[in-house]
Design a protein. Structure first.
Length: 146
């Protein structure tokens, strides 16, 4: 499973069993940190995911700022609660790519805002899956499904 963490919403995406295709899987609307951790961990458990990819909002120069540190703290808390491995990946421009894809699909306004976070998580996960496949990478620890 992949997550695109935000201050108000967390977008989620899952891969298929063959770990070749990422699809949006929902949005957690944050009311508190504990609620976000609990709901996201439950989504991971229900999906049977063995790996959590967390998007890091890096600065344009590639360094981590306060937003990336908060994403790491949230990702660590969720991974601990869900008892899954966690990896952090650069999420720069995933929302831009998701916005463009949704626009090209004719999804506008309120409907787009409702799904953009999960679409960004799917972009993040698809990039991870494609990169791993192109590198001839092995499955994640415990052969878990992201």
């Amino acid at each position: 499973m992949a997550m695109d963490p935000g201050s108000r919403r967390i977008g989620l995406a899952l891969s298929d069993e063959g770990q070749s295709l990422a699809t949006p899987h929902g949005t957690v609307h944050r009311t508190s940190r504990e609620q976000a951790v609990a709901e996201t961990a439950e989504a991971i458990r229900k999906a049977g995911a063995g790996l959590l990819l967390v998007g890091l909002p890096l600065r344009l120069d590639g360094t981590e700022g306060p937003e990336a540190r908060r994403a790491r703290q949230l990702g660590d808390a969720i991974a601990e609660r869900a008892q899954v491995a966690v990896e952090y990946v650069d999420e720069r421009f995933t929302t831009v790519v998701a916005e463009r894809a949704l626009g090209a699909a004719g999804i506008k306004g309120t409907k787009r805002r409702k799904v953009v976070d999960q679409a960004a998580a799917a972009v993040l996960l698809q990039g991870y899956l494609d990169g791993r496949r192109n590198r001839g990478g092995a499955p994640p620890p415990d052969d878990g499904e992201p």
